[in-house]
Design a protein around this ligand. Sequence first.
Ligand code: C2E
Ligand code: CA
Ligand code: CA
Length: 721
Amino acid sequence: MTDTLVQVSDEVKQLQRSVLDTSIAVLQRQRRAEQELQQAISLLRATLNASPDGVVAFNLEGKVLASNLNYAQFWRVSSELMRTANAMKIDAHCAAQAVEPENFPRLLPVGNYEAFAEVKLLDGRTLERHICKQLMDDRHIGWVVHWRDITRRLQEEAHRNRMTHILERSLNEIYLFDKETLLFTYANSGALKNLGYDLGSLIQMTPVDIKPEFDEARFRGMLEPLLSGQTDLLIFETVHQRHDQTRYNVQVHLQYDAKDQHPVFMALVLDTTDRKRAEQLIWHQANFDQLTQLPNRTMLQDRMTQEITKAQRNSHKLAVMFIDLDKFKEVNDTLGHGKGDVLLVEAARRIRKCVRAGDTVARMGGDEFVVLLTELRDGRMASDVAQNLLNVLSEVFELQGSQGFVTGSIGITLYPDDALSGDGLLKNADQAMYISKARGRNRYSYFTQELEISAQRRMALVNQLHQALPRNEFSLVYQPIVDFGTGRVLKAEALIRWNHPILGLVSPGEFIPLAEETGMIVEIGDWVFEEAVQQVKRWRENIEPEFQISINKSPVQFSWESKIFKSQPERLGELGLPGRSVILEITEGWLMDSDSRALDILYSYRDAGIQVAIDDFGTGYSSLSYLKRFDIDYLKIDQSFVQNLSPGSSDLALSQAIIAMAHALGLKVVAEGVETEQQRDLLIVAGCDFGQGYLFSKPIPALAFEELLRDPGKLLYVAPA
Ligand code: C2E
Ligand code: CA
Ligand code: CA
């Protein structure tokens, strides 16, 4: 019995042990399973947190089962809310952040979902929602929701769209072409439009097909530096040819893009037709005269430089002609600028016709033109051209119903004889042109070395002239004017003398024109007047109460109202001199040129008793009858007539006619430059009233003149029998 009991207790123990073992094993397995579960959960959590998306999982009741960090961040959901809230509450929290909360894709009530939704947030972000069912053994037990922040992607898309739009709409042409085949792979609509191809045709072509200046070898050669990385941008100008074969100027900007699977070249092409046209226009305006379309001064200088180089190489001569139209100002003043312009255009045409195609005709401005004759073997050949020019310019100009008459004054200079530079040649030609003017216009003159010397002397004289008044270098001499009727001398002409310490006596014929050009004549003229009236005052008081002094007055003095002295009649009044003590010698040119002011001035003289003489009569253009309008007292017949007086000469006939007509108009006549007794006698017989000239006396200083007045026997005058 005992044995049996012992046996039973052993079995029980064994059973107990195996039960224990089994439970340990179960426990161990359970623990291992729990560990594995923990591991799986932590892996899942890590995976969730690693996702760029915001992830949240709900069960069907809306309880949050899981979520990741991004989700909490995207929707700013606190861990508190996450723990305690259900899906409906969280939805409300999220919807409040949306731009359109009413359209927020709420999860619950269940069934209200779409697999895909996009939500714009008030803070500018855009989130995209993906949702999927959580199934377990085919049972729907919950939801997993992914939120993705697509803000960046949308921005990039928008940017890309904008760029594409800009490229597409750009007026510039944009092309891509394949690195290997050169075939176009893309062209924007600007390119297609300008070229006149559709994309389908264009992608079967290469850039060479639209660039007539290139063949394939040359084009590939040009791409080399881009391929080798030597440069990343290539800019060049060429022409493109359209489908309809017309061409246009382009500037091409080429780049190479190897980033893509299929490397391409990118070309940005600017149509430069307008720019080229504008450049052309600007260039034209800068180089051509707008009225006549002739080259202007700038262009002329370029041409001269070119032609000088050429002439040097070929040992040819050049001639430069300076042409100035005579009397153009009158056409402008009388017929108006419109017709003046028509004349200039026609003159330009006529000048152009006189020269060869290779020669240059330029307009310097105003009525000045320059002709550049090239490839001359003999400088004198320019004479023929110049004579031709004079002929065509002196022909009548038909100006829209009126007629214009001008002539030309031409100055010619030669390369290399007279000067080697363009500037030097122009200066010479200009000087020579002035000689033509001085010699009476409508002629041509060659530049000479003497001219250059005289030009330099002119410059020196002008400089010295400024000093002459303050240095007291001027003086007056007096030349008697003899009354042919009585033989008496009651008048004298005051003539200025300039005695320069180094240059010596400078003739008024030389310096008066310079003083007129520079305006210095105003001051000088005032000085002469003052000096002369002081003198006549003394002579009237001491020798001859009726004495008159004749004073030359330059036209320039009228236009420049004297700023230094009072008006001449006023000054006479101050000195207590009657107006009659003075005769003013004016030129007929001034009467002709000046406006109605001339009459006023002459009347003011007459009212003051001052007498007026027309100097150098016969050299100008005025007619005697014209002079009738003015209150003139004397005509002075120019010495050029007197010099050639001989019995039966035409000058005698002319002098007789002048004297007769002057008398008929109530004017007295003075003959100038009487040198011989024959001249004197012929003049007296012709009825001339007064004579002046070396025959009677040269112009002499005041003291010498006084002696002459006191002893008239010294006058070489012998009254005719
Ligand atoms: P003009 O007014 O015709 O003066 C007459 C010129 O003829 C003077 O020259 C005189 O010396 C010169 N002459 C007089 N008799 C004879 C003669 O028988 N034979 C020759 N061959 N010549 C004779 P001058 O003094 O050299 O003056 C030249 C010109 O300078 C004057 O010509 C006048 O236009 C101008 N001039 C002289 N003094 C003045 C002045 O004070 N003011 C202005 N504005 N011009 C003046
Ligand atoms: Ca005079
Ligand atoms: Ca004179």
